[in-house]
Design a protein around this ligand. Structure first.
Ligand code: ATP
Ligand code: MG
Length: 321
C-alpha cells in the first residue's frame, strides 16, 4: 500500500503537524511504501519572501529527518523537484468544477481571516490532488482540516477516470481520531498561518513563554477544573499515556492548582518528549550537505514513480501528439 503526505514549509513545524500527520507517517514507514514531500509550491500561497521560502524548505527537511523520516524506507523529496506535478495540476483543472473549490472550507476559513484570496489559494486543492494522484497514492493520512481536500482529489480522479479510463488511483484519507485537531494557544485549530502554534523545535524558554499564553478558563486556584475542554490539557494529553494521563486528570479534578501549574507541566513533558529528536536535529543541522543529498536522491525516486502515470496521462489526453 502506498501512503503519501506532504507538508508546507510555511513556518516552523508545530505539535499539530507532528501528531496530526508526521508521527503517523513515521510509524507507517516500516509496513508501507511511504511518500513524503515538502510542499514548497503550496507554501507560495503564504510565503512571498524568496530567501525565506528556500530557508524554510531546508529547515523543514532537517526537521523531518530529525523527527524520524528515514530516507532508506521513505521516498522523501521537495515538491518542486518533480515538475510533472504542475503538468498534472493543469490537466486536472479541466476536471475540477468551480463549485467544488468554492465549497472548500480551508479557502473559506483563510479568506475569512483576512488572508488575500488569490487564485493559488483557491486552486490549492487541485495542486494537492495532483500531488496525491501523480504517485498513485492509496492512503493519505491527514488532520481533520484536510479531509475535504482528499475528497476533492477523489472527485477529480473519478471524473478524470470516467473520461480517460482507469488511470488514476482513487485515494482514501486516514485520520487519527484522538488527535483529529490539535488546538492552538488561542483554542482555534493550531495552524502555522494563524500564528497560534507551539513549535516542536523552539528554545526551552520561548516555548514556556508560548505555553503560558494558552487561553484557559478563569477558575479560582482552589476550584476543581474541567480537563476535557481545557486547551492545556488537550495539548498535554498528546504527550502522556496511562497512569501519567490519569494523574493529570486527577490534578484537574482535585483543584488546588492553577492553570499556571498545568502549563509548566505541559512545557516539561513536551521538552522531554522531543529530546531525542532535538539531538538528531543538531546532527542534520551540522550536516546540511547530507540533507541535500537525501533530497536529491528522493527526487530521483519520486520522478521514477511518477513517470509511468504521467506518460499514460499524456497519451490518454492527446498531449503526446
Ligand atoms: P497552514 O496554516 O499554512 O495551512 P498548517 O499548520 O495547517 O499550515 P499544513 O502544512 O497545512 O499545516 O498541514 C500539514 C499536516 O499537518 C496536514 O496533514 C494537516 O492535516 C496536519 N495538521 C495541521 N494542523 C493540524 C492540527 N492543528 N491538528 C492536527 N493536524 C494538523
Ligand atoms: Mg493547513
Amino acid at each position: 500500500m502506498r501512503v503519501l503526505t506532504g507538508i508546507q514549509p510555511s513556518g516552523d513545524l508545530h505539535i499539530g503537524n507532528y501528531f496530526g500527520s508526521i508521527k503517523q507517517m513515521v510509524e507507517a514507514q516500516s509496513q508501507n511504501q511511504t511518500f513524503m514531500f515538502i510542499a514548497n509550491y503550496h507554501a507560495m500561497t503564504s510565503v512571498s519572501d524568496g530567501s525565506r521560502l528556500s530557508e524554510l524548505t531546508m529547515q523543514c527537511a532537517t526537521d523531518f529527518l530529525a523527527l524520524g523520516i528515514d530516507p532508506q524506507k521513505s521516498v522523501f523529496w521537495v515538491q518542486s523537484d518533480v515538475k510533472e506535478v504542475l503538468e498534472l495540476y493543469w490537466t486536472l483543472s479541466s476536471f475540477t468544477p468551480m463549485g467544488l473549490l468554492e465549497r472548500a472550507h480551508s479557502y473559506k476559513d483563510k479568506t475569512a481571516k483576512g488572508i488575500a484570496a488569490n487564485h493559488s489559494l483557491f486552486s490549492y486543492p487541485v495542486l494537492m490532488a495532483a500531488d496525491i494522484l501523480l504517485f498513485n497514492s492509496d492512503v493519505v493520512p491527514v488532520g481533520k482540516d484536510q479531509i475535504q481536500h482528499v475528497e476533492i482529489a477523489r472527485d477529480i480522479a473519478i471524473k478524470f477516470n470516467n473520461q480517460y479510463g482507469d488511470i488514476l488511483t482513487v485515494p482514501e484519507f486516514r485520520v487519527q481520531e484522538e488527535v483529529a485537531t490539535v488546538p492552538g494557544i488561542d483554542g482555534q485549530k493550531m495552524s502555522k498561518s494563524y500564528k497560534n502554534v507551539v513549535n516542536i523545535f523552539g528554545e526551552e524558554k520561548s516555548q514556556l513563554k508560548t505555553i503560558k499564553k494558552i487561553v484557559t478558563e478563569n477558575v479560582a486556584m482552589e476550584e476543581p477544573k474541567e480537563y476535557e475542554t481545557c486547551n492545556v490539557y488537550n495539548m498535554a494529553k498528546l504527550f502522556l499515556e496511562g497512569e501519567n494521563l490519569k494523574a493529570l486528570q486527577d490534578r484537574y479534578k482535585q483543584g488546588g492548582e492553577g492553570h499556571g501549574h498545568f502549563k509548566i507541566y505541559l512545557a516539561e513533558v513536551m521538552w522531554e518528549y522531543f529530546k531525542e529528536f532535538r539531538e538528531r536535529r543538531e546532527y542534520f543541522e551540522a550536516h546540511q550537505d547530507e540533507v541535500r543529498d537525501i533530497l536529491n536522491m528522493g527526487a530521483l525516486k519520486a520522478k521514477e514513480a511518477a513517470l509511468p502515470t504521467i506518460e499514460k496521462i499524456r497519451s490518454a489526453t492527446g498531449i503526446r501528439y
